[in-house]
Ligand binder design. Structure first.
Ligand code: ZN
Length: 152
């Protein structure tokens, strides 16, 4: 696929998930719940996780922020449902490398799925924290370290 078409596709994924975010609701029977905040942009989300035997049975989020942060949280929740904690942490690692420009999905095919849509973020350092916020929050939820995390 030519690079321009690929960029167009990535853009569509982000627009779509921002406009109609998936799993965008609170979860009353969540086993983990952590709030994440990105003071640079003002993005603030709560991530809910229902863990059962190390498997993410259900995951959702609520809150408000810019298009990148909301689309990222939405894609994250759709990709992680049914994954084990270890798989989720491995994807977090890949996603981090992706948005910081260490990983190039067009060259290395590594099962990123729709997460690849955020590869363009690496060209905009200010947006990296927006894209990674939901993941940091999820990471804290899986570690169950804190109830509130900040990207700062
Ligand atoms: Zn943002």
């Amino acid at each position: 696929m030519p690079m321009s078409d690929l960029r167009e596709l990535y853009q569509q994924v982000i627009l779509d998930h921002n406009r109609s975010p998936r799993n965008f609701h609170r979860m009353d029977d969540a086993t983990r719940m952590v709030e994440g905040f990105n003071p640079l942009c003002g993005d603030r989300y709560t991530v809910y996780v229902k863990l059962e035997n190390n498997v993410i049975k259900d995951i959702s989020f609520e809150g408000a922020g810019c298009a990148i942060s909301k689309a990222s949280a939405s894609v994250m929740t759709s990709e992680l449902k049914g994954k084990t904690e270890e798989e989720a942490e491995a994807l977090f690692d890949k996603f981090h490398k992706l948005v910081t420009g260490e990983l190039h999905p067009d060259v290395e095919d590594d099962g990123l799925g729709k997460l690849a849509a955020f590869s363009g973020v690496s060209e905009f350092p200010m947006r990296v924290k927006c894209a990674i916020l939901a993941w940091h929050t999820l990471h804290a939820a899986l570690q169950s370290k804190e109830q509130v995390v900040s990207t700062e």
